[in-house]
Write a protein of this length. Sequence first.
Length: 140
Amino acid sequence: MASMTQERFEAYAEAFGGDVSRWPAEAREAAALLMAEQPAMTNGALARAGRLDAALDAWRTAPAGATLIGRILDTAPRSRRGWRLWLSPAVLGAGLAAACAAGVIVGVQLSDRASDASEVAVANTLSAVSSPSLDLGEGA
């Protein structure tokens, strides 16, 4: 654990406020040691930071009026996506339809080849089983 200097303590107080429990965990123990060694300095820094915390917590902004909202909306850039709104879903739909069609075509072609190959394999198996020259090990 690194020791904390007065400057570092004041920097932490300014950055994280007057409540040491909100400081990063690695700085809390060193801050506690410095607070025990130099209570006058540390109490002053924490009091200043605490006053700033209270002022920031009390700050409230006024809600925007209708006139301001209207001016902001009037000056906002207009969307130029008119014809492109339908183009994006149309292109996605066409791409999906093309992928589905390609999948069906490939599937049909592969199933025809697979059924031809399985028919050949079944025929070869049947001819091998029914062949008189097949030695099944009987009588050996």
